[in-house]
Write a protein that binds this ligand. Structure first.
Ligand SMILES: Cc1cc2nc3c(=O)[nH]c(=O)nc-3n(C[C@H](O)[C@H](O)[C@H](O)COP(=O)(O)O)c2cc1C
Length: 217
């Protein structure tokens, strides 16, 4: 079992978010999972240029660290998305990575995988950012096991919640847990893209073929 964390803080080793996400990974590792932290402060990430080449064939045409990171996501069973709250949103660097995963949305590439969300903030905005990242999970086909949000300096309760989240993530992956409230949202997402991919099959032939290969069409 592999669990990958992508941390969007620019503060590297000083990041509270990375420290908290590290507790999630540590707990997952204690349950037997292989874990990896991708620290975006060390990554070269360019912005999406909307060329749409990713809908024609796998991967992004831009040359930086994004393709490597997205390939790791596809190989992982579980994904931890971690970000400090910046003006009530995720950081721009994490958003840039998510924008570059647009093909994951069209093909719901994370069906069968599980997501956990980690946020920290100075006092507010965690609820919106947690909701945003959980919704991203639905758009790419993943079920979210939950999240941890820390306000201000990390407290023992935050660390305990992060450890519980790591344990829950491993248990969900192992037990192929189903979250009934999310199944409905995933089905609606699938219905929407089933129509769109069919409508645009001449523009996106490789994605159309992917849907056919999955027997989703
Ligand atoms: C540009 C910027 C914007 C921020 N916006 C918010 C915000 O909207 N709400 C909030 O509560 N904290 C905000 N903060 C505080 C951070 O979310 C908080 O310090 C966080 O724990 C930093 O995480 P890190 O150590 O992982 O980088 C902001 C900080 C920065 C630098």
């Amino acid at each position: 079992m592999k669990i990958l964390c992508i941390c969007g803080s620019p503060r590297g080793k000083n990041s509270q978010t990375k420290a908290l996400a590290g507790k999630v990974l540590k707990a997952a590792q204690a349950q037997g999972a292989g874990v990896e932290m991708v620290d975006l402060s060390e990554a070269r990430i360019k912005f999406c240029r909307a060329c749409e080449a990713c809908h024609q064939k796998p991967g992004c045409v831009l040359r930086d660290d994004t393709n490597t990171i997205l390939a790791k996501v596809l190989k992982a069973d579980g994904l931890v998305l971690a970000s400090p709250v910046y003006l009530n949103q995720i950081t721009a660097k994490l958003k840039a990575v998510l924008d570059r995963s647009s093909h994951f949305v069209h093909c719901m590439c994370l069906v069968g995988k599980y997501l956990a969300v980690v946020t920290t903030n100075g006092g507010g905005g965690g609820t919106q950012v947690q909701a945003y990242l959980k919704h991203y999970g639905i758009t790419v086909g993943a079920q979210c096991v939950g999240g941890v949000d820390a306000k201000g300096p990390l407290k023992p309760a935050d660390v305990a919640a992060a450890a519980a989240l790591g344990k829950e993530l491993v248990a969900a992956i192992r037990g192929k847990k189903q979250y009934p409230d999310q199944i409905e949202s995933l089905e609606m997402q699938k219905q929407y893209f089933r129509k769109l991919i069919t409508l645009r099959k001449d523009d996106w032939p490789y994605e159309y073929q992917f849907w056919k290969d999955q027997e989703w069409l």
